[in-house]
Structure formats: structure tokens, C-alpha cells
Design a protein around this ligand. Structure first.
Ligand SMILES: Nc1ncnc2c1ncn2[C@@H]1O[C@H](COP(=O)(O)OP(=O)(O)OP(=O)(O)O)[C@@H](O)[C@H]1O
Length: 256
């Protein structure tokens, strides 16, 4: 589904991503792990179109999308969750879902805006979909609450919900477990799994929570110093000496 080939990203002389290559299979949940400064966020920015790579290529669904903007990628079904924008904090949870840009991936953005009747139909469809999303995420009880008043975990669920409003194919999740209490974390994991298994979403997660990674992710890709160190199943990656060294700054023998 996604093919990264020798990606490079330089920031005024500093090479943050240094020849990264790996593939993401359709239907997988891939974890991107690595110590601080490994280049994970920069790689996400490249995949999501927020940065243009200095070198290398990105192919999505067989098409070369290297350097394509996040807007173009969004309409192809490649979506990254972002924190709810500050100015959306005063809007209700339902409104936050309904504010997701109109147009589904692959659709003509303006096809729904030809007549007043179609505008109303479109609005009704968006609202129906927003309620369906709230039900799926078990957030109907906070539909009328301001987004800024939600708990950290509820905000993460809402971010996932905003992604669901787009019928995304490949979703990039940036540290979904960060700041989420254990109970909501279980719910978030369960929803990600359902979206993956039953609705066909493919995910890439940057995550530090090893429990979540073990439960959800295959494969696990570990980066260090801008490169892919190793990829494979959770157990293989976790017990690899190079990974321990990268995280601990010492050899596996020293760490034991
Ligand atoms: N815009 C930028 N300008 C200059 N250097 C940058 C820029 N963005 C990232 N870097 C550098 O690139 C390296 C990789 O950063 P990146 O944020 O991608 O790492 P990360 O793996 O996501 O780390 P963390 O887990 O701490 O978030 C770091 O050394 C960082 O300082």
C-alpha cells in the first residue's frame, strides 16, 4: 500500500532521515518506534505531505506521491490525525466531526455543491455520519459538550473520529496512547482494532507504549539516527541487541 524507498530529509545540513526504506502492507497496523530524535516524526511528516523529502520516493497505492501536499494525499485516503485545533475547542464534539473538510477521498470536492438541494442533502449526510461515528466511539453522551472540556482520552477518540469522517484508507496516528488513562486506552485499542479488522483501515502508529504496540501492531519498525534499524514482529524487535543499544545507549550485554 505504501512504499518508502531511500527517503532522506535534511534540515540545513542535519540529516534527520537518512535513507529510510520499508513497505506498509494493506490491512496492517505498523508501529514506528525508536528513541528520541530517531526521525519518526520527520518520517511521518514526509509520508503525510507536511514536508518534501530531500531524496527518495514515496508510493501510495502504486502511485508516486513523493512531494505531494497533505491536501492531495488526504483526498487519496492518506490521513494523519492531528490534535484538535485550538479554535475548535469551543465547538461541540458533534460540530468537530462535522467540520472535517467535505469530500471523501477520491471524490470530486465540488460535486456536492452544485445546488441548494444537494447542499442540504450533503449536510444531512455529514450529520448522519457524525452520529454514527459518535456511536461507534461511544461518545454520544458528550456530543453537545465542548471539545476543549473532554478528557485526554476522549480527545484521542474524537481525533480518531475526525479521521473516520473521511473514510480514510491509511491513517497515521501520532502517539495515540500519550496521556490517555488505562480504561480509555483499552477502548481506544479496541476501536483501532475494529477499524482495522472490520472496516479495512491500515494504520501506522508512532508509539512509545510497548503494551499497546504488542497488542495491536505487526510489524514493528524501529528507527535510530534517521535509519531503519530493524523491522519484524514485536518479540523479535524488542529483543534485538541493536534496539536495546539504541534505546539504552549501551550494549545488550550491559543492559542485561
Ligand atoms: N524542522 C527541523 N529543523 C531542524 N532539525 C529538525 C527539525 N525537525 C526535526 N529536527 C531534528 O531531526 C531529528 C529527528 O527529529 P524527530 O522529531 O523526527 O524525532 P522523533 O523520532 O520523532 O523523536 P521523539 O520521539 O523525541 O519525538 C532531531 O534531532 C531533531 O532535532
Amino acid at each position: 500500500m505504501l512504499e518508502l524507498d531511500q527517503l532522506v530529509m535534511d534540515f540545513s545540513g542535519f540529516r534527520a532521515v537518512n535513507g529510510c526504506s520499508f513497505n506498509v502492507e494493506q490491512g496492517s497496523i505498523t508501529a514506528l518506534i525508536g528513541p528520541n530524535g530517531a526521525g519518526k516524526t520527520t518520517l511521518f511528516n514526509l509520508i503525510a505531505g507536511a514536508l518534501k523529502p530531500t531524496g527518495g520516493t514515496i508510493r501510495f497505492l502504486g502511485e508516486d506521491v513523493t512531494g505531494a501536499s497533505s491536501d492531495v494525499l488526504f483526498h487519496k485516503g492518506l490521513v494523519r490525525t492531528f490534535q484538535i485545533p485550538h479554535e475548535f475547542h469551543r465547538l461541540t464534539v458533534l460540530e468537530n466531526l462535522m467540520m472535517v473538510p467535505p469530500g471523501q477521498p477520491g471524490e470530486n470536492l465540488f460535486s456536492n455543491w452544485l445546488s441548494w438541494g444537494s447542499v442540504k442533502r450533503h449536510e444531512a449526510e455529514v450529520e448522519r455520519k457524525a452520529w454514527e461515528t459518535l456511536e461507534f466511539l461511544e461518545l454520544t453522551h458528550v456530543a453537545g459538550q465542548r471539545a476543549g472540556e473532554l478528557s485526554g482520552g476522549q480527545k484521542k477518540l474524537l481525533e480518531l473520529g475526525r479521521t473516520m469522517m473521511t473514510d480514510a484508507k491509511l491513517v497515521l496516528l501520532d502517539e495515540p496512547a500519550a496521556g490517555v488513562n488505562r480504561t480509555l486506552l483499552r477502548k481506544l485499542e479496541e476501536k483501532i482494532l475494529i477499524l482495522n479488522r472490520e472496516r479495512g483501515y491500515t494504520f501506522i502508529l508512532i508509539e512509545h507504549d510497548m503494551e499497546m504496540i504488542e497488542k495491536l501492531c505487526h510489524p514493528v519498525v524501529c528507527m535510530a539516527e534517521g535509519r531503519v534499524l530493524i523491522q519484524g514482529d514485536f518479540q523479535t524487535v524488542r529483543s534485538d541487541a541493536r534496539v536495546l543499544e539504541a534505546y539504552l545507549g549501551e550494549t545488550a550485554g550491559d543492559a542485561a
